[in-house]
Design a protein around this ligand. Sequence first.
Ligand SMILES: [Zn+2]
Length: 367
Amino acid sequence: MKNYEAILIDTTISSGRVSGVLTIYSDRVEFLSDSKTIEISNTFLKITAGGAGNRLIFFSDCNINDLSIYTDDKKVLKNEFLINNHLLAGQLKSSKKVVRKIIFSSIYVLSFFILLILGAYLAKDYFVEKLANQVPREWEKKAGDQLFKTISGQYKIVENDSLKKVFLEVAKPLLNQIEKQGVKIELYFVEDPSINAFALPGGKVIIQSGLLENSKSWEEVLGVLSHELAHVTRRHHIRGIINNMGLYVILSTLIGDVTALAGTIGNLGGELASLSNSRAFETEADETGWGYLVKGHINPKGMISFFETLDKKHGTKMDGYLAFMSTHPETKNRIKNLKAKLKESSVNFKLIGNDFVSFKNSFKSKM
Ligand SMILES: [Zn+2]
């Protein structure tokens, strides 16, 4: 014998229903409430699943049409008196099936939604990139120009066309690859002791004198440059902004109208300046940059030895906008990753004819 909370539906009473307790005995079920007691013998007992979403178990008397008792307590399906009764076992089984189906289908629906959300979350990078690719390069260029105007006042730009010409000539194997992708690089040297370089959206690259001062070879400088160029070509600035907008905005912009982004990008100014590259972008820039070096027949070991210099100078202040070192993954890790890359790639490089030390000296004399 076991009790279950239940409701009696009875059209002969004024309220139509009354709540009470259902008790199951070996030969009958009994419903008991303050006002009404009903007994149904097992011989006439009918058990079905029904109600909203088939979540309820109904007990009725097959001789009486306008009366039934139901419970939402599914434990009733495991009642041993009902299970052991061969007259009722079949009905119980089919009711169980219906209830189980409902439970399973709600689990499916729930899992589907969880998967959908998880999938969207995991695929966020993919959506971000897809959306970034819809943003015209000119928008990025405009934002970069605007930003350059804002920050150039803080820097002393070293204007020297002949030094720039030498640098551009040496960097040609890298820059050629970038221009093929439709990006025009504009180079600026600034007087600043930080060992740093940074790229603005659209293609302006700023190299600080401290970077040249602390580099031992062209290959080291080009290693840093290739990394910065990769930030531009892989559109890390715009991807960073889109990333910060959140998944909902990204998806609705993808589905809807990309011009909605124009406002956001138009108002970048200071916001962009505070934007830092994520670790994932840094790793991507290292790897993409490495690819540019290898393709340009520039010895990529320069990238590694530059990081080794940085690692030794640990503690040197690295500041500035979108700074080369601001959010960079730990230098030791980057060295390790690049050394592994060096092992797996066959590097076929050309020696750079121009003498780096004399370039450095004439640069210094022009400051
Ligand atoms: Zn970087």
